[in-house]
Design a protein around this ligand. Structure first.
Ligand code: S3P
Length: 193
């Protein structure tokens, strides 16, 4: 089974949906932010404060590399993982990429009062969110499936992602089985003559 990879802006619900999906499908959960924090032995805001964003992105890339070697996992990524095209290529090779979208107003509603996201500190939250979303729009467009979560509960999003993923996996299996049957028919035909 391929991995399920969740991408999307901060506050798009990746972590909650990832947990629900892993439970629902009995898959292991791998969260790249949590793994970066574990590796560094400190929180993401601390990494940004002490070493800067560049160092965080290096650690994130190493973690994505490790994640891309897993199979049958739900991989939850940090919102900026798509900034490095190599990350996206690695994740795509290992799984199906789902982009969880949410409108900026909804992102702000979900993130108001949040203090754990260094890139949203300073200035007006809504301006910052809009600006970063605008800068990243093209990167998020590189996905296999998009789910607009703006008016959906995390449970509904998890259900939709699970449905799309199982369809994609089944189609893949039908594809190879169909191919095998055809090959079998051809072999049979060859033997008869
Ligand atoms: C970031 C998103 C965060 C975290 C870091 C940077 C980003 O993850 O990786 O603060 O650049 O969008 P979430 O998307 O889980 O908030």
């Amino acid at each position: 089974m391929r991995n399920i990879v969740l991408t999307g802006f901060m506050g798009s619900g990746k972590s909650t949906v990832g947990r629900l999906l892993a439970d629902r499908l009995g898959m292991r959960l791998f969260d790249t932010d949590a793994e970066v924090e574990r590796m560094a032995g400190m929180s993401i805001p601390e990494i940004f404060e002490r070493y800067g964003e560049e160092r965080f992105r290096e650690l994130e890339h190493r973690v994505v590399h490790a994640a891309s070697e897993l199979r049958g996992c739900v991989i939850v990524t940090g919102g900026g993982v798509v900034l490095n095209p190599e990350n996206v290529a690695l994740l795509r090779r290992s799984g199906v990429i789902f982009y969880l979208h949410a409108e900026p107003e909804e992102i702000c509603r979900r993130l108001s009062g949040d203090t754990g996201r260094p890139l949203l500190r300073g200035g007006r939250l809504e301006e910052r969110v809009r600006e970063l979303m605008r800068q990243r729009a093209e990167r998020y467009a590189d996905h296999d499936f998009m789910v607009d979560t703006t008016r959906m509960s995390p449970e509904q999003v998890a259900e939709r992602v699970a449905e799309l993923y199982l369809q994609a996996e089944n189609l893949l299996r039908w594809g190879t089985e169909g191919q095998r049957e055809e090959e079998g028919d051809r072999d049979g035909a060859d033997r008869d003559t």
